[in-house]
Design a protein around this ligand. Structure first.
Ligand SMILES: [Zn+2]
Length: 282
């Protein structure tokens, strides 16, 4: 059974590999090339919701995500950020009303004064565990907000039964280095998908930085270097956080989109100020 699964996986990998001509490095440096391929056409209602959430509908695609235990779900993905089908549905039915008042963030934020469990699935290599541990340690001890992360490592086959607020797992069929869900319903984004083909997250430091960036998305942070894409500050629902860089070119932030050659190294003062503004300092 295991061999059969592996064969299936191998077949899938071959298909994925043959479908993707460009390297992840190229994709990382240019969302726009990748976005030309996107042809999803959404209903006017969905389009409106996406716009309200700060997703450019033209550059958003709907994709099916296979979780580590084989179950699937649909997601709307824009750049490296996503909302599940359910989240969009709830927002559409106004059960989850975006709060339009709270570096850049989404309309949705997360409840503070809480512990959230972040579960890393199939992080079996030492550098992966170290990177996960580093990212969680820095979140808890550098940011020092009222939110604390508890770290859990688990086997992907136990995905459903593992208690978790945020799940981190590897996939092959994503075009960026990683994708994170944004918060909805007052809870952090539920999933961080990592691209297991990407050699840009093949070291402890690079994987750590990527996890830090994606965790930032799960707590509602948006990209700080959107100016590099030629977008105006008020386009697509970014809400500026007082006291942080609003230029659109803050590329040293952990929340830079990676569309520059200056990869982030850790939390900057702007990042710390932003997250403490949202979730308080302890
Ligand atoms: Zn991002």
């Amino acid at each position: 059974m295991k061999i059969f699964r592996n064969l299936q996986l191998f077949g899938l990998l071959v298909i994925i590999y043959s479908l993707t001509q460009c390297t992840t490095a190229e994709v990382h440096e240019s969302f726009s090339n990748e976005l030309e391929e996107i042809t999803d056409d959404f209903s006017p209602k969905i389009t409106k919701v996406l716009e309200n959430l700060g997703f450019n509908p033209i550059e958003t695609k709907k994709d099916k995500v296979v979780f580590p235990d084989g179950t699937t779900n649909d997601f709307y993905t824009y750049q490296d950020m996503s909302y599940s089908d359910e989240a969009i549905e709830k927002i559409m039915n106004q059960e989850d009303t975006p709060t339009f008042e709270k570096q850049f963030r989404t309309f949705n934020t997360v409840g503070g004064n809480r512990n959230y469990t972040i579960a890393f699935f199939d992080f079996n290599q030492p550098f992966q565990r170290q990177a996960a541990g580093d990212a969680v340690f820095l979140f808890n001890n550098t940011l020092r907000t009222t939110i604390r992360l508890n770290i859990v490592f688990a086997n992907g086959s136990n995905f459903a039964s593992t208690p978790k607020d945020i799940a981190v797992f590897y996939l092959g069929n994503i075009n960026t280095i990683a994708v994170a869900d944004l918060p909805s319903n007052g809870l952090p984004g539920k999933n961080i998908r990592l691209n297991f083909r990407s050699n840009l997250i093949g070291t402890r430091a690079r994987l750590r930085n990527t996890i830090m960036h994606e965790v930032g998305h799960t707590f509602g942070l948006r990209h700080t270097d959107f100016g590099l894409t030629g977008q105006a500050p008020d386009q697509f629902g970014r809400v500026p956080i007082p006291g942080t860089d609003t230029s659109g070119f803050d590329i040293s932030s952990i929340m830079t989109s990676g569309q520059n050659s200056n990869p982030f190294g850790g939390y900057t003062d702007n990042d710390i100020r932003a997250i403490r503004f949202l979730y308080g300092f302890r």
